[in-house]
Structures are given as structure tokens and as C-alpha cells.
Design a protein. Structure first.
Lengths: 108, 888
């Protein structure tokens, strides 16, 4: 397993939205999930996770609720309709970025 | 989302914001706890797990800061964007912005100025220690026409000895004295006080000290306390003056101290103690022994701590009853004392005019805000499509609402700032134009509480009125605005709102205009009242003869006669004379009871004002002689005492009979016992010399050659401008006695003008507010009607195309304006009726429900409104049917 990478600026929000697409999660679970999907490439620290979560919450993309999870009260976030739209738009955008980067870097 | 629900959610999220910090703590704690729990589950020891986790997470505080920055940054970002957008919007429509700004600035400026005055006079505590514990004690002689009479020396002593609810009583009496010595001789207005006067008030000197008991003397006063004004003017602010001797009334006197700049006594105007006394000296040690009937003391008491006013009032009243019983002097009528808190009394005379003005400006501010609100509604209509686009692009209703609010706040902020600056300037003008009777107003400055209240009012109104149309916009479906013509998107609703705002404006304007008319008519009436004398063309000045050089009455009379002759022969002077008081001046009144029969009950005798007039004085003043004769030079000390009385006294004393030749007992030395029997030689028409409005008391005129007063007022009449006589008159006096101080040199008319000034002042200001209100109301009517004509262009076009006559179209437009005007006028008339009732105490000779005033007001407002409709109506007439129909 390669060493963890720095997150590309502005992508953490999109990653968070993605982890919430299937089910609501709390902060620990979101960080775990990102680490797990990226096979340890991205390791999300609390110092970036919480500001990102709150920015998304303020934008109305996610909503936090206090519920019981893992045997304790945790603030758990779920995706809103606006969040879903933002995720779709972000995914499309990201696809275009990746495609563009690939064209530049792999083209002759 | 309906507006209410939206507002509720905005409110919730705001409160949420306040809770967030606590919640963030919980969230982080839960996060850490969970991670620690996992480490423990993986086999790590509990404390090591926690330590490791805390190291891994880094500083909790910096995480919280990060979250806070996100939250604040977002809000700040959006606010900055809103402000910038609002600013750009205003720059795009300068006429709108300027109108709004000017309207608000006028409203706020007027409020700032007037409320500063009201604050200074009605709210600001008096500049004394614990002013709440200070009271005035008056003698109530209402039955004798003197409701707020002064007390005598023995009565002051009685209060000191018998009252139990007080720390003490102090007294003052205003008089004059002359300063001689180093510079020009000068006459000073001084207060004679008891030695505890300043310590009782709790007033501190600027230099030196105030009086002490040891300063009291059995002879003439040996010490003097100066005002800052005299200290600066005459002694060049010399810091070494305290302790030095100066010449006061011909005697060396030690200066013990100087009072600070702006020290004022705050005595009510009818106490005859001017606010701007120039120095203070002590009463003679034995003054409390003086005649019980010699009433001249204005008494201030300090209640003991924790004593309620009601108890103090009872306490003083009890003393009054006790001394009435103890002294046969008071006869069957007895003596009643009245106690009033200093603060209440100090503003008694100006309270109502000030409240009238405050109500006037508050109304004006409301009108200004309504006007601006109406402009905002119109603007929101013009921007309906813009809003709709923004909603469609994903702006939430809350976001739009906030943008409107920010716009309102930006304009309210700019308007109020401008208004406060303008108000500060206005206040300085106001202060300069202030009549004497409102002299305390001169201390008024714009202060923070006033600015907060005024700006706060404007900002709250602006916010409500700006958000209202936005809320309406939110109610309208965004989609319909985009799809359809903007005429149908909330147009009717906005229009109705604007009409309502305009109706309110018209109504409030009616109230203000009616009030202004009533006050202006009062001023006219007061000017028409025949005062019984004519002041025009007369120069007056005061002159005091020092006791030292004019020791006996004969010296005094001889000099007066000589001076009168010298003045009369000054080139340009047609007549000269002297009198004890100028009309409406601040010299303590002179008066007392009179009897018409030997052995009458003195305690129930009617009271009269006394004046001493030289031969020729009443003729010079244009007083009307009803019967008998004027005084002559023969009415002097070698002859029997004679008096002239006014017609009111003559009617009361000898109804239906001639007064000439009758005897009347008077009390020119003010001992409380009318024992000087004089013969009535003439009856004159009552002279309103103390109030231009009321006939206060009956009058007895003494011959100045028999009962003179020092100082006295000299009058010279001239066909030319009286002020051109000042130089020659001074020369004539100097020729007789070069060391005589003369002062208060001014045309007699000034006294008259000053007496009317407070009313004229109030009327002028309210008139200005009313004029401003009229203009604003006209703008309001114009705006609404013009807007509606633009809206209905198609309809007019069709009507014109179908052959509607010009008259018919005009009627339609007029109907548009008429709807508002009629409702506004009806509401306004009702409001004015209430307002006028409240105003009635300010009115003289005018009925509060004066029909002429009301009708005039309605006609004026109707004309102004119709004028405001004219331009849009002409535009409607010129509608070209083909053009409009093509547009559709």
C-alpha cells in the first residue's frame, strides 16, 4: 500500500457526499469509509473533516442529526436532495477534469 | 415556502447558530470517544488509547476555529456580496437612491435635532447631586391670583425648624449689584443665597469654594462667588482671582470661588430667578427675622434619603398648617405650601411645546419611512423578473429576503448617517434661534441615546417596509413571473400595499398640517391681542444708582428727574421716562395685597402687581387713560401718595362707580401689611406686562417720584430707529455721572418679541414639519398614481381607441388618486381631531376643532394630491392607442 496522498483541493466535499449517497453516516464512519474506498490513499483528518462537513451542512447539501449509532449518540449526516444534485453535478465535473487531465498528460 | 414558515426557519437557524458552538463540542467529543473506544477494543490500554487519539487529532481548538471560520466566512461573504450588490443597484438608479436618501435624511435630521432637545430637557438628570431628592417649596396664593408665590425669611426658618422629612432648605433671591473698580462700571445679575445653597444642591465650584456659614455677616456681604462668564469676561480667566478683593456695590469684597462654565440653576421661568446669574452673594445673617409678609425667597429643599415625595409634600403642608395656627399674621386664610420635585418643575413650561414638537417629528419620520417603503415596493415591482430569475437559479426565498434586508439596511444606514450629521447642524441652528424662555435648550447636544432611538426607529421601519414586498415576491410563484408578463406577478398586491402606505402618509400629513395651522393661528391671535401698550420706537435701558453716592431718596428722585430731562433733550428723542419693570422682563415681580376699607381682613385681601412710573411714562407707552389724570412732577414726596389703578381693579373695588378720588391701602415696601393709604387719581386700561396672553393680576401704579425702585428702566421714544439713540443716550448719562453702569440697552420691542417667541418658535418648527410632510405626501400620491397609469396604459389605449372622451380618461386617473386621497383625508381628519384635543393647551383664541383650519387643510391636501395626479393624468391622455395595442 502506497503512502497516503494529500487530497486535491476542493475534492473532500465531493468525497463526503459520495460516502453519504447510500446511507447516513457520522464523522468517524465518513473518514473510515473514505479511507476504505481509496484503500488508504486518502486519510481524512478531523481538522479538515469537520470544517468540510459544516460547509456542506450550511450549503444545505447534508443535514446532521443526533442519533444512536455504534452504541452512542453521534451526529450523523444524511444527504439532502440538493446534496444529491450537487453530487451529480460534482461527479460530472470531476469526470471532465479527469478526462482533461488524462488528455494532457497521456496525449503525445 | 410561505413567508411565515420561512421567517421561522431563518429564526431557527439563527438560534441554531448560537447553539452551534456547544453542539460542535459534543460532536467532537463523540468523535474522539468513538475512536478511543475502537482502539481499546483493539487491545490498547484506555489511557494510552486516549492519548494516542488526542495526538492524532491534533488541536481540538484549531478544528473548532476551522469550523467557525467556515461558518462566519460564509455569512460574511454573502453579506459583503449583498452590500456590494445593493450599492451597485443604488448607483444604477440614482434618482431612486437620492429620493430615498433625502427623504430619510430629512426625517432623521429633524428627529435627531428635536429629540436631542427633548432629551436634554426632559430626560437628562439635573446637574446636581441626587437631583431626585430636590424639591421646590412654593406658597400657594391662588385665591389671590398668585399660585406659585415666594416665601418670606421667617417662613424659611419655620420650614428649617419644623419639617422632619428634609435634610435642609436653602433659598435664593435674584437682584442686581454693580461691579466697579478696575474696569468700566458694570451691573451684575446676582443671586442672594443662604450659605448652604450650593452644598444643598451639591454643586461644586470650578475654583475656590462655595459659601460656608462663617461667611455670613450682619452687615453687607463680604464675599462673592462669581460665574465663569464674569470671571472670563472681566478678569481674563485669572486663576489667581480667588482670595482677592474686588469692588462690589462700592465695597471691597473677597472672591471666594468661581462656578464652572455652564452651571445653571434650572429655576422655572416664573420663579424670577434667571438661569444666567452672574454672581452669588450671601443674605444678611438676620434675614430670617425680616417681616413675615415680605415674600421673595425661592426655596429649594433636599429630602432625606429614602423619603418618598408624597411624605415630603405632607410634611411641608403640615408646617404650613402649624404656622397658620401659630401666627395671627396669617389671619383666617392661613398659609398653604406646595412642594414639587425640582425636575418636574424645571421643565413645566416647556414640557408641552416639546412634546408637541416631538410628536411632530416622530410623525414626520414615520411619513418619511412610509414614503421610502412605498418607493421600495415600486422598486420591487420593477425587479420582479430579476427576483424570479434568481429564484429559478436556485436562490432561496430566505436569500432573497436577506438581500432586500441588506438593501434596506444599506440605504437606512446611509440615510440615517446623513440625517444625524444634518441633525447636528440643524440643532446648532435651532439652538441659535432659541427664545430666552427655552434657554436651557442651549445646552442640548446630539447624544448617543437620541441617535440610537432615532436611527433605530428608522432602521426598524425601513427593514419592515423593505422586507414586506420581498415577502410578497416570495409568495408569488417564481415560475409565473418568468413565463408571464410581470404585470401579473404580485402587481396588484404590491399596488394595494403602496396605496395603503400612501393613505397612511396622507392621513399623517393631515394631522401635522392641522396642528401647524392651529399653532400658526394661535401665534397670529397672540400678536393681535392688545397688550395695552405700544413698544415700537422705544429704546430701553436699565440703570442702577449705587447706594453709596445716592444715599437718600431725595438724592435719588433728584437724579431721576434730572436724567429724564437730559434724555428728553437728546437730539431725536421725543419723550423720555422711567418705569420700575420692563414688560416681560426677568426682574422679580413687585406686588402685594390692597385694601379699600379700613379694618378689612388683610389675609384675604386681593393681590395686585405694583409698578412705579415716572410722569410721562404711561403716555410714552401709549397706555389708555379711562378716567382721571396722569402723574405729574408734583406727585412727589412733598405731596400725598397717589396711585393710578387698572380698570380691573377699579371694577372689582368700586363696581359701577368712579374710582377717582377713592382711597386704597397698598404696601409698596412689601412688608405684608398694606398700610400706605393712597388716593386714586386715574384709571387706565389693563396692561399685559407679565404675559402677552393672560391678564394675570390687577395693577397699581405708583408715582416714581414717591415710590421709586432701584434699578429702574428708562425709556426714550424716537421717530427714528431706537437703536440709533444708544450713543447719544450714553453720552447724556455720562455727562451727569460718568461712573454709572447702564445695561440691558435694547429696543423695548425685543421684550415683547421674546415673550411671544416660544409660541412662534413651536409654530415655525411644526410648520416646517408640516410642509415637509406635504411634500412627502405629494411624492407618495404622485408615485402611486403614475405607476398605476403606466400599468393601465393598455386599458387606456383601448378605451381611447374605443372612443372614450378625455374627460372619461381623466376621471379614471383621478379616481385612482381619489381613492387614496379620500381615505387618507378621512383617516387624517379623525387623527387631527384627536391630535388637536391633545394640543388644546397650546392654543390661544383658536378652537381645537376649528372648522376653518380643518377645511383649509383638507383643501390644501386635496389640491396638492390633485396636482400630484396631474402629470400622470396628462400622460394617460396622450396614450397613443395604436402603439399600446401593438405592444400587447
Amino acid at each position: 500500500m502506497a503512502a497516503p496522498l494529500e487530497l486535491v483541493k476542493g475534492t473532500l466535499g465531493l468525497l463526503i457526499l459520495r460516502t453519504l449517497e447510500l446511507e447516513p453516516r457520522h464523522g468517524v464512519a465518513i473518514a473510515d469509509r473514505i479511507e476504505q474506498i481509496t484503500r488508504g490513499t486518502f486519510r481524512v483528518k478531523a481538522g479538515s473533516l469537520f470544517p468540510a462537513l459544516h460547509r456542506l451542512e450550511q450549503d444545505g447539501a447534508i443535514v446532521g442529526e443526533w442519533i444512536l449509532a455504534d452504541g452512542r449518540r453521534m451526529k450523523t449526516y444524511r444527504l439532502t436532495a440538493a446534496g444529491r444534485r450537487q453530487l451529480a453535478a460534482g461527479t460530472r465535473e470531476w469526470g471532465r477534469v479527469v478526462e482533461a487531465m488524462r488528455l494532457v498528460l497521456e496525449g503525445e | 415556502m410561505p413567508f411565515v414558515a420561512r421567517a421561522r426557519s431563518v429564526w431557527r437557524s439563527w438560534r441554531h447558530g448560537r447553539r452551534l458552538d456547544a453542539e460542535l463540542d459534543d460532536e467532537l467529543r463523540a468523535y474522539i470517544d468513538l475512536r478511543v473506544a475502537r482502539r481499546i477494543a483493539a487491545g490498547e490500554p484506555a489511557d494510552a488509547a486516549r492519548r494516542a487519539e488526542l495526538v492524532a487529532i491534533g488541536s481540538v481548538e484549531s478544528i473548532k476555529t476551522g469550523v467557525r471560520e467556515v461558518r462566519m466566512g460564509r455569512l460574511l461573504d454573502e453579506t459583503v456580496r449583498d452590500v456590494r450588490q445593493a450599492w451597485r443597484g443604488f448607483l444604477r438608479s440614482p434618482s431612486f437612491s437620492l429620493t430615498v436618501l433625502a427623504t430619510l435624511a430629512i426625517g432623521v435630521a429633524a428627529n435627531t435635532a428635536i429629540f436631542s432637545v427633548a432629551y436634554a430637557l426632559l430626560v437628562q438628570p439635573l446637574p446636581f447631586r441626587d437631583p431626585d431628592r430636590l424639591v421646590f417649596v412654593w406658597a400657594d396664593q391662588t385665591t389671590e391670583g398668585y399660585p406659585r408665590a415666594p416665601l418670606s425669611g421667617p417662613e424659611l426658618r419655620d420650614l428649617d425648624e419644623r419639617a422632619t422629612a428634609f435634610d435642609g432648605f436653602a433659598a435664593i433671591w435674584a437682584t442686581t449689584t454693580s461691579l466697579t473698580g478696575e474696569n468700566e462700571p458694570e451691573q451684575l445679575r446676582i443671586g442672594l443665597v443662604t450659605s448652604d445653597y450650593f452644598s444643598l444642591l451639591g454643586a461644586e465650584p470650578l475654583l475656590g469654594r462655595t459659601f460656608r456659614r462663617e461667611d455670613e455677616t450682619s452687615g453687607p456681604p463680604a464675599t462673592i462667588l462669581l460665574s465663569a462668564a464674569v470671571w472670563q469676561r472681566r478678569y481674563g480667566s485669572d486663576p489667581g482671582l480667588v482670595g482677592r478683593r474686588i469692588d462690589v456695590n462700592g465695597r471691597p469684597t473677597i472672591v471666594i470661588g468661581v462656578m464652572p462654565v455652564g452651571f445653571r440653576l434650572m429655576m422655572p421661568p416664573d420663579a424670577a430667578v434667571p438661569d444666567d446669574l452672574e454672581a452669588w452673594q450671601l443674605f444678611n445673617q438676620r434675614f430670617t427675622e425680616g417681616p413675615r409678609g415680605q415674600r421673595y425667597l425661592r426655596v429649594v429643599g433636599r429630602m432625606r434619603a429614602e423619603v418618598p415625595v408624597s411624605l415630603a409634600i405632607d410634611d411641608v403642608a403640615r408646617v404650613g398648617r402649624e404656622i397658620s395656627a401659630a401666627h395671627a399674621f396669617y389671619g383666617s386664610a392661613g398659609r398653604q405650601f406646595e412642594t414639587v420635585p425640582l425636575h418636574v418643575d424645571a421643565v413645566r413650561n416647556v414640557r408641552l411645546p416639546l412634546l408637541v414638537l416631538s410628536a411632530g417629528v416622530a410623525t414626520l419620520l414615520l411619513i418619511a419611512c412610509l414614503n421610502v417603503g412605498s418607493l421600495f415596493v415600486a422598486r420591487s415591482a420593477a425587479r420582479a423578473s430579476e427576483s424570479a430569475v434568481r429564484v429559478a437559479m436556485g436562490a432561496t426565498a430566505g436569500r432573497l429576503l436577506r438581500q432586500h434586508l441588506v438593501e434596506a439596511l444599506v440605504v437606512a444606514g446611509a440615510g440615517t448617517t446623513l440625517g444625524v450629521l444634518l441633525g447636528d447642524w440643524g440643532l446648532s441652528l435651532l439652538v441659535r434661534a432659541t427664545p430666552e424662555s427655552l434657554s436651557r435648550l442651549r445646552a442640548a447636544t446630539v447624544n448617543l441615546p437620541v441617535v440610537f432611538v432615532t436611527a433605530g426607529t428608522a432602521i426598524v421601519w425601513m427593514s419592515v417596509l423593505a422586507v414586506l414586498p420581498a415577502a410578497l415576491a416570495a409568495r408569488q410563484a417564481a415560475a409565473s413571473a418568468l413565463a408571464d408578463d410581470r404585470r401579473y406577478t404580485g402587481g396588484r398586491l404590491r399596488y394595494r400595499l403602496r396605496r395603503a402606505l400612501t393613505v397612511a402618509q396622507i392621513a399623517l400629513s393631515v394631522v401635522l398640517v392641522v396642528a401647524a395651522f392651529l399653532l400658526v393661528r394661535t401665534v397670529q391671535r397672540v400678536q393681535q391681542i392688545d397688550a395695552g401698550f405700544h413698544a415700537a420706537g422705544i429704546l430701553s435701558f436699565r440703570l442702577a444708582l449705587p447706594d453709596g453716592r445716592y444715599p437718600t431718596r431725595d438724592h435719588f428722585h433728584a437724579f431721576s428727574r434730572q436724567l429724564q430731562g437730559a434724555l428728553a433733550s437728546v437730539n431725536g428723542v421725543s419723550a423720555a421716562a422711567s418705569i420700575s419693570h420692563a414688560p416681560y422682563d426677568h426682574v422679580p415681580n413687585w406686588g402685594g395685597p390692597y385694601l379699600i376699607q379700613e379694618g378689612e381682613d388683610r389675609s384675604r385681601a386681593p393681590q395686585a402687581d405694583y409698578r412705579a412710573v415716572s410722569p410721562g411714562a404711561m403716555e410714552l407707552l401709549g397706555v389708555r387713560l379711562i378716567e382721571g389724570r396722569w402723574f405729574t412732577e408734583d406727585d412727589d414726596t412733598r405731596h400725598q401718595p397717589v396711585v393710578i389703578v387698572d380698570d380691573r381693579l377699579a371694577r372689582r373695588a368700586w363696581p359701577g362707580a368712579s374710582a377717582v378720588g377713592r382711597a386704597v391701602a397698598v404696601d409698596p415696601a412689601v412688608t405684608g401689611t398694606p398700610s400706605t393709604w393712597a388716593t386714586v387719581v386715574g384709571v387706565v386700561a389693563h396692561v399685559r406686562h407679565r404675559s402677552p396672553v393672560e391678564e394675570i393680576r390687577e395693577q397699581v401704579y405708583f408715582s416714581a417720584r414717591q415710590a421709586a425702585r432701584n434699578p429702574s428702566v428708562y425709556l426714550v421714544r424716537s421717530a427714528a430707529d431706537p437703536s440709533s439713540l444708544v450713543g447719544p443716550v450714553r453720552d447724556a448719562i455720562r455727562a451727569l455721572d460718568p461712573r454709572l453702569p447702564i445695561y440691558d440697552v435694547r429696543p423695548l420691542q425685543i421684550y415683547v418679541d421674546e415673550a411671544r417667541a416660544l409660541r412662534a418658535f413651536t409654530a415655525t418648527l411644526v410648520g416646517m414639519f408640516a410642509a415637509a410632510a406635504l411634500v412627502l405626501a405629494a411624492i407618495g400620491v404622485y408615485g402611486v398614481v403614475a405607476y398605476s397609469v403606466t400599468e393601465r396604459r393598455r386599458e387606456f389605449g383601448v378605451r381611447v381607441a374605443l372612443g372614450a372622451s378625455s374627460a372619461r380618461v381623466l376621471r379614471l386617473v383621478a379616481g385612482e388618486g381619489g381613492w387614496m386621497v379620500v381615505r387618507g383625508l378621512a383617516l387624517g381628519a379623525a387623527g387631527a381631531a384627536i391630535g388637536a384635543y391633545w394640543l388644546r393647551a397650546q392654543l390661544v383664541g383658536v378652537d381645537p376643532w376649528d372648522p376653518i383650519t380643518l377645511v383649509t387643510t383638507l383643501v390644501v391636501l386635496l389640491s396638492v394630491s390633485l396636482l400630484a395626479c396631474a402629470a400622470p393624468a396628462l400622460r394617460a391622455l396622450r396614450t397613443d392607442p395604436s402603439e399600446v395595442l401593438r405592444e400587447g
